[in-house]
Design a protein around this ligand. Structure first.
Ligand SMILES: Nc1ncnc2c1ncn2[C@@H]1O[C@H](COP(=O)(O)OP(=O)(O)OP(=O)(O)O)[C@@H](O)[C@H]1O
Ligand SMILES: Nc1ncnc2c1ncn2[C@@H]1O[C@H](COP(=O)(O)OP(=O)(O)OP(=O)(O)O)[C@@H](O)[C@H]1O
Ligand SMILES: [Mg+2]
Ligand SMILES: [Mg+2]
Lengths: 296, 296
């Protein structure tokens, strides 16, 4: 029985994708020193922008059967099985190494040996998912298409992380219906608290109407920098969510944004240590997440 | 005949709202030294997050008839007229001054006299618009609801700026169908160029299928900072879009993000000069936009 976590926030650009990708990569790799066990992780991209494939250097024009077919098929006649749409660790690794070479032609030695993933699978998305979302409105069981597609096909994973788009449309509702846990990345900025309260209302509605088992996994502060807003938002979040707020705060660092230039998310591309504070921050978050997974 | 500009990008958090609000405020105020004439401006918020009302300190729980009613009504029986949903410059000004006082209780002198707008109207949004978007999928003329609502009611404005959400769903399609011009704020980051090309495809589809008159007003680089990515993205954007790329680059500055703490967007809250580079940048962009409006 895999643990299913949806990474949700209708505020744009608050680090959903960066958080989903780095947590998935770290949890799949594990880390002995930090006592994070290896896990088999499936990363599901539910965002038509399809940024996750791009992070790993995957060319979306060469994708095989995809998420879109899973949503478009009839409720019991979906001719595509979820497993047929998955990109394997082997393919992800090859793609990352090719991306490294393509984007760093001046580095003659090529990609580092440890630029790889062993236990991470990806279910990618592409832009057609926008049209799929619009069509989905008229279909029977429209909130449950992802949940249905996941049945009987995902027992081989320990953790499934779903990256949702910045909206409260049917794709996000599908993520909330398919998940057991919600992880909310929050950027400390002017609209953060108002957007949080909108989001909590939506989650409550989904709990009542579609998924009573849905619970809050945690809130994580992202892109943190010194500012009048940072302090206030962090304080309010702590007051409201108590220990649901992860202790690790992810700082705003150009290195985190630029990691995909080297073909991989920062937790893979850089060792977690004092000279790589971006990698260290996401590994620390992964450690907190891993502990929380073990207590659940 | 107002000029209608839609502020569009399905990438989240790239500065659509900040750009829409600051341009609308600057164009409505005008600036003699910068040769920007005063214009009557309508700002339309099409994003269920409703961040624009919040920027001006408007309490969304007290909104009268809203955008949602415009979309929900029958094609010819919409009982609500767009003009009934508008928030006037007088109400916006009062709200900004109250927000200033509420958020700065330690400042005994109260809000500055020039914390006001004279020629800016707002059509606000709230979270129910998410549900409205889902229901819209099954309605006749679903792409044209905003365009219809705008007919016969907006001739009193010189410029209309529409702020769209971070998605390519029906709300954004309505913005593209109702607009004559598209303004694209772009943050120079890893996914920027791929997302741009996805967006241009969507715009082309809307041009073919729904709005042949739609044209590109311009591209504007936002949240610019020194980084490997900044240079590459700016260079590629310049190559691809030529003079469609505005010369003004908006720097990443905490002051821009924190301006709403003083009850107003930065172009109203701070004078455009060397000690307020955030305000200066957006006023410079407004000046370029104003010139482009005059040539069109
Ligand atoms: N801690 C950080 N420091 C600096 N840049 C960051 C950080 N986290 C994310 N970024 C960058 O900020 C941008 C937005 O992040 P990301 O795409 O993860 O957000 P998102 O919530 O998934 O956005 P969307 O709403 O568009 O899906 C990306 O270019 C990303 O690389
Ligand atoms: N130039 C800038 N420097 C620093 N912060 C900025 C700048 N422009 C915008 N911001 C802040 O970044 C955040 C995202 O900006 P904004 O909300 O305008 O983007 P958006 O594209 O409208 O997002 P969404 O996709 O959620 O609608 C906001 O908190 C805003 O105040
Ligand atoms: Mg994302
Ligand atoms: Mg916005």
């Amino acid at each position: 029985e895999p643990l299913v976590i949806a990474c949700i926030n209708h505020k744009g650009g608050c680090g959903k994708t960066t958080t989903a990708v780095n947590l998935a990569a770290a949890l799949s790799a594990g880390n002995k020193d930090m006592e994070i066990p290896k896990r088999r992780v499936l990363l599901i991209d539910l965002d038509p922008k399809g940024n996750i494939a791009t992070t790993f250097g995957i060319d979306k024009r060469n994708l095989g059967p995809s998420m879109n077919e899973l949503f478009k098929g009839g409720v019991d006649s979906s001719s595509i099985k979820l497993n047929e749409c998955l990109i394997s660790p082997k393919t992800l690794t090859k793609s990352m190494q090719n991306a490294f070479v393509r984007q760093n032609p001046e580095r003659k030695r090529g990609p580092p040996k440890d630029l790889k993933v062993d236990n991470l699978w990806l279910l990618p998305a592409d832009l057609d998912l926008s049209g799929v979302e619009i069509d989905l409105a008229t279909r029977i069981g429209r909130e449950n298409r992802l949940r249905l597609a996941m049945q009987n096909t995902v027992s081989q994973f320990d953790v499934i992380i779903i990256d949702a788009p910045a909206s409260l449309g049917l794709l996000t509702i599908n993520a909330l219906a398919a998940a057991q846990w919600v992880l909310i990345p929050v950027q400390a900025e002017f609209y953060a608290l108002e957007n949080m309260s909108q989001l909590m209302d939506t989650i409550r509605n989904v709990q009542k109407a579609v998924n009573p088992g849905l619970r809050l996994f945690g809130i994580t502060l992202t892109m943190v920098q010194r500012s009048r807003l940072s302090g206030t938002v962090a304080e309010q979040a702590r007051k409201h969510f108590g220990d649901r707020l992860f202790k690790t705060e992810i700082p705003r660092l150009v290195s985190i944004a630029e990691a995909p230039l080297d073909g991989a998310p920062i937790v893979i591309g850089m060792k977690p240590n004092k000279s790589n504070p971006g990698s260290l921050a996401y590994w620390n978050l992964a450690s907190e997440v891993s502990e929380r997974i073990e207590i659940i």
